[in-house]
Design a binder for this molecule. Structure first.
Ligand code: XIL
Length: 328
């Protein structure tokens, strides 16, 4: 497959390359046979788009609901896909997954107890069926360089990140523990702040295994070489690196735009592989699934590898060829 990638599926090429190509999935989409077929044939990793987040799995203290998440895990196990857990701690002002009942806990020791209960229940429920987890998502200010003043930072202080990674490792000695960030692809200052945060965690011996760059390329193509340099610096710290949520909105409908999209996806894969990065996950399988239409207030961002009829777009072949050529 690496010699003739067009004769193989994306998953076959990725498998031969020892590379993870993933998609964000939802149990409601998996029930669609056409969606399930493309997912099983073309991807070898899945991330729960919503259904493993705090508000989904523990909506009230002590009330757990793993229904949707278990459908995703069952599908993955039946189809030989690995599963990325997303996300244990994520609290932003507008877009996050921390339930109000958690935000109401403002005593440090009580919040630590709440975190321990959540991590114990969630990591214990999935066990080894989820091989890597985003422990902290978006720790840095959205377009800034400081720690995002989320509820956990406010109540527990800046070292909340070290604390929750140590808790995750204590609860789950074998799971690969990741930190995941947005909007560093086109924001050098934030990228530096994220690298400084991660390097400090490594220096302090915080149990950290992987670094995810989300890759929501709302500002278009990253500057040539920027991602390779940044991901290479994380890899040099001895960490796994991945592009964990990629999508690239285009002006729908024009062939030229889909070709530009293909070029950017190929650029990201090229730079990922050159830097020792091990995975590319797209935030959805096909264009109708994308969260970007809502997030950007449009209906035609068309940011993914497959269109609404599950037809592969130019970016699909571009990703497949980039994985093959970057591995040979
Ligand atoms: C988004 C989902 O795609 C939406 O369906 C949900 O309503 C909000 O969250 N960064 C992340 C993801 O880490 O969890 C977000 O996913 C997109 C931005």
């Amino acid at each position: 497959c690496l010699e003739v990638p067009r004769s193989c599926s994306l998953a076959q090429v990725a498998d031969e390359a020892g590379f993870l190509v993933g998609a964000a999935v939802d149990s409601t989409w998996i029930r669609d046979p056409a969606y399930a077929d493309v997912l099983a044939a073309e991807f070898n990793s899945v991330t729960a788009e919503r259904e493993m987040k705090w508000d989904a799995v523990q909506p009230q203290r002590g009330t757990f609901d793993f229904t949707g998440a278990d459908e995703i895990v069952d599908f993955a196990e039946q189809n030989g896909l690995v599963v990325k857990g997303h996300a244990l701690v994520w609290d932003q002002e507008h877009l996050d997954s921390t339930p109000d009942w958690v935000l109401a806990v403002d005593d440090p020791d009580e919040l630590r107890a709440v975190l321990r209960e959540h991590f114990t229940a969630v990591l214990g429920h999935f066990g080894d069926s989820v091989d890597r987890w985003d422990v902290v998502n978006e720790p840095i200010e959205t377009l800034g360089v400081g720690l995002y003043p989320n509820h956990f930072q406010q109540v527990l202080g800046d070292r909340y990140i070290d604390e929750v990674f140590a808790l995750a490792r204590e609860v789950s000695p074998t799971t690969s523990l990741w930190i995941n960030e947005a909007a560093v692809e086109f924001n050098p200052a934030k990228a530096e702040a994220f690298h400084e945060l991660v390097a400090g965690m490594v220096e302090r011996g915080v149990p950290l295994d992987g670094v995810g760059l989300q890759g929501h390329l709302l500002a278009g193509a990253p500057q040539d070489g920027f991602l390779e340099d940044l991901m290479g610096r994380f890899a040099a710290l001895g960490l796994e690196v991945g592009i964990t949520e990629m999508d690239l909105p285009v002006e729908a409908g024009t062939e030229a735009e889909y070709e530009r999209q293909a070029d950017v996806y190929a650029q990201v894969v090229d730079e990922c592989l050159a830097a020792g990065c091990s995975e590319l996950t797209t935030w959805g399988v096909h264009d109708p699934q994308t969260w970007l239409d809502d997030f950007m207030g449009r209906t035609d961002t068309d940011p993914l590898l497959f269109d609404g009829t599950f037809t592969a777009k130019p970016a699909h072949a571009a990703v497949k060829e980039a994985i093959a050529s970057g591995t040979l």
